[in-house]
Design a binder for this molecule. Structure first.
Ligand code: UDP
Length: 466
């Protein structure tokens, strides 16, 4: 009965952004809400909707395409990334508003729009449609705290509270103009930076600011956030099968930008000793330079350690065929894999990672120590936290943007065989437990999700508008 009441009353639209690292956590959050009896519609571009279809076929989640990016060339269409963003905003906001208004005539009027904070125009839709809005941040709370002063500086806003945490000391200066320049721009700031800082636009108007993190991981920052926004942690958003096992049919993200080579990886890992394999992956977006690929290859060639390395299709040409031949006995190179299944495998003892936020949370949740090789943006912040704050990894230091093979090799050995490696394993095992506890019944994130749902009750809105 209770379930039926909730289903009738609550309909949430989740607006997902482009990119593997954005879609994974938002899809997972959608699945989690749906498992608690909420009707969910995921609104996204046509290409994403097509790719998500199979993943969501068993769930109660509906898909709504709000922009046909396929016929307009997507991010490589006219005007590049900026052109895509403009078209997505213009067409997407019109179609999404219409969809939300159309639902008013149905049994399931929309109560709330959960939108990727990278899509700040969504906030206007919530105001115009008279529904609640939740900005979903797919990076860490510490990243938001680091970017916030930069946002205030670039957009000439008066900061409400400035972060000042002891563990931030020593963090490499990330404030503009020290950030890497990405994408072409005729303006003063590269479009990617403006896009990223745009996350904070209208943050103060959001009814909730949701973070894919958990309280015990970032306690001090979370407490600071709460002074600024209605900040709430709801993570980690890994498939439930790997954490609390309470959501049915939830063992994969189910969305892959490249075709995974899963069975090959699992067969290969199955006959390796526990903790003997180094897994190397730089996520979905980084495009490593030929020099950096050569250094990683040399570090793996030098050692007698087994490795599984994800070299994306567009990076393959930078890998020498000699290396592939010489290392075929001890290494497997794939263009994409099911990273969750790989990190969960007993054979994997170390993760050489670019430290994207999802990869960081996955390594923590599976208790796999990290050798950090951050490439851009928040990856540097995550790497700093992994080594200096949580003690669960080592940073392989770069010189002029390239990390030398000796340094990578040294860190891998230290993590797998050194004394530091033992301490790291102890720390990451404790964090692993805390991650599971947070999302399990009555854990902090579980409670926050339940509170979020209960606040969608109409009585709550009546109270707020008085
Ligand atoms: N991933 C995957 N297979 C791979 C490499 C990565 O499934 O071969 C997933 C990984 O599990 C993570 C996401 O892609 O969930 C990458 O997100 P992250 O935030 O780590 O980095 P980004 O791709 O955004 O830089």
């Amino acid at each position: 009965m209770e379930q039926e009441r909730v289903e009738k009353a609550h309909h949430i639209v989740v607006l997902a952004d482009q990119g593997q690292g954005h879609i994974n956590p938002m899809l997972q959050f959608s699945k989690r809400l749906a498992s608690k009896g909420i009707k969910i519609t995921v609104a996204t571009t046509l290409s994403n909707a097509k790719a998500m279809k199979a993943a969501l076929s068993d769930s109660m989640i509906s898909l709504e395409s709000i922009y046909d990016d396929c016929s307009e060339g997507g991010v490589v269409g006219p005007g590049g990334f900026r052109g895509f963003l403009d078209r997505f905003q213009t067409r997407g906001s019109t179609n999404l508003t219409k969809f939300i208004l159309d639902q008013e005539q149905t049994e399931h009027p929309v109560k709330c729009l959960v939108y990727d904070a990278n899509i700040p125009w969504a906030s206007k839709i919530t105001t115009q449609s008279g529904i609640a809005g939740a900005a979903f941040f797919t990076q860490s709370c510490a990243s938001a705290a680091t970017y916030y002063p930069m946002y205030c500086e670039v957009f000439e806003k008066t900061p409400l509270f400035m972060p000042s945490f002891p563990f931030m000391t020593g963090l490499p200066k990330l404030r503009f103009p020290n950030l890497p320049s990405l994408g072409s721009s005729t303006g003063r700031y590269p479009p990617i930076i403006m896009h990223m800082l745009g996350q904070f636009d209208n943050f103060e108007k959001a009814d909730w600011v949701l973070f894919n993190s958990f309280d015990k991981l970032e306690e001090e920052v979370v407490n600071w956030m709460k002074k600024l926004w209605n900040a709430v942690t709801i993570g980690p958003t890994l498939p439930s099968f790997y954490l609390d096992k309470r959501v049915e049919n939830d063992s994969e993200y189910g969305f892959n930008i490249h075709q995974p080579n899963s069975s090959n990886c699992m067969e290969w890992l199955d006959n390796k000793k526990t903790g003997s394999v180094v897994y190397v992956s730089f996520g979905s977006a980084a495009n490593l330079s030929a020099d950096q690929i050569t250094e990683v290859a040399d570090s793996l060639r030098q050692s007698n350690i087994m490795f599984l390395w994800v070299v994306k299709p567009y990076e393959q040409s930078k890998l020498s065929s000699d290396f592939i031949k010489e290392t075929s006995e001890k290494g497997l190179i794939v263009t994409w894999c099911s990273q969750l299944a790989v990190l969960a495998h007993h054979a994997v003892g170390c993760f050489v990672s670019h430290c994207g936020w999802n990869s960081t949370l996955e390594a923590i949740s599976f208790g796999v120590p990290i050798v950090a090789m951050p490439q851009i943006l928040d990856q540097t912040i995550n790497a700093h936290f992994l080594e200096k704050v949580w003690g669960v990894g080592l940073i392989a230091k770069a010189n002029d943007g390239v990390t030398a093979s000796e340094e990578i090799h040294r860190c891998i050995r230290e993590v797998l065989e050194g004394e530091r490696g033992q301490e790291i394993r102890k720390c990451i095992t404790s964090l692993k437990e805390l991650a599971k506890e947070a999302i399990d019944t009555s854990g902090s994130s579980d409670k926050h999700i339940d509170e979020f749902i209960s606040q969608l009750d109409p009585a709550y809105f009546r109270h707020r508008s008085n």
